[in-house]
Write a new protein. Structure first.
Ligand code: SIN
Length: 284
């Protein structure tokens, strides 16, 4: 295999995330793509700016990370590209072309499935002049910063995640589930602290939205515990705030990150971004 020179990177935060400088991913060079994936594996998140990608090129990029995951709600996937989910407040002929305010609230994607997605990627096509930042929080750093006795008290706790709970209780884009969506998305249980399969690091993995409680704890104590951990783990020292530019491609590792979208003035601005997911394994 041809060796590429080490990519030039700039850290997004001290110990989390890296921007890869000066790489045009549209060329589809497999060695460069592998280096980008390696950078992602080392840093937990990777950013490429100034990209100009067709849907097919975006999908080829995602395939470099693994097998793309399908989307739970099909109505906002891109025609001809079921792996690409459109986030937008744009309407065409009175109909939204994408999902709006879909990811507002700290969470990790697909936590309501047995095998949550390994990574999420967002590609910015149109960006509001203000607002709509995406925030990523480093869950390994949050875990590492816990006192030892606190880690021990949390280790082994299992969290109950529910897609139905998410969709019927969230603030935005709420909906009742069809019988099909209910059947396709039964509740699951995942550890509160998970181990990253690639490097063995432990990560706090609390999430919100899908969390119904903690196994063996009554509510509200269980849900309060998870909410308090989300609050703890999303303090500024753990968070990278991404301010979008057109052509940004941001990928984050859901095994060691929480993320949230933020609001913008949707009467004044249009946002259009494409989201792709790559399959992951069962958390342990
Ligand atoms: C997401 O949570 O999948 C999207 C986040 C965002 O809209 O910035």
């Amino acid at each position: 295999m041809k060796t590429v020179e080490a990519l030039s990177i700039r850290k997004l935060k001290d110990n989390y995330g890296a921007e890869v400088i000066g790489v045009d991913i549209s060329a589809g060079d497999p060695d460069t793509l592998q280096e980008v994936v390696n950078t992602f594996n080392l840093h937990g998140a990777v950013l490429l700016r100034g990209q100009s990608l067709t849907p097919a090129q975006l999908l080829a990029f995602a395939r470099g990370f693994g097998e793309p995951e399908g989307h739970t709600i099909k109505e906002h996937t891109m025609p001809g590209f079921p792996e690409i989910y459109m986030l937008s407040n744009r309407e065409v002929d009175g109909k939204p072309i994408g999902s709006h305010r879909d990811g507002v609230g700290w969470h990790t994607d697909y936590s309501y499935k047995e095998q949550p997605v390994m990574c999420t990627m967002l590609y910015a096509v149109e960006v509001p002049a203000e607002g709509s930042d995406t925030l990523l929080a480093d869950m390994c750093a949050a875990y590492d910063a816990l006192p030892e006795d606190r880690r021990q008290s949390l280790d082994g706790l299992m969290v109950h995640h529910s897609y139905e709970h998410l969709m019927t209780t969230r603030l935005y884009a709420k909906r009742e589930l069809s019988p099909e969506l209910k059947a396709e998305n039964p509740d699951v249980v995942h550890p509160l602290i998970r181990t990253h399969p690639a490097n063995g690091r432990k990560a706090l993995w609390p999430s919100s939205g899908t969390v119904k409680g903690v196994i063996g704890m009554d509510n509200p104590a269980g849900i309060d515990l998870v909410e308090s951990l989300v609050e703890y783990a999303t303090q500024p020292q753990f968070v990278y705030r991404h301010k979008w530019q057109v052509g940004d491609l941001l990928v984050w590792d859901n095994r060691c990150s929480l993320h949230t979208g933020t609001l913008f003035d949707d009467k004044k601005y249009i946002r259009e971004a494409y989201r792709l997911w790559v399959k992951g394994g069962k958390p342990f």
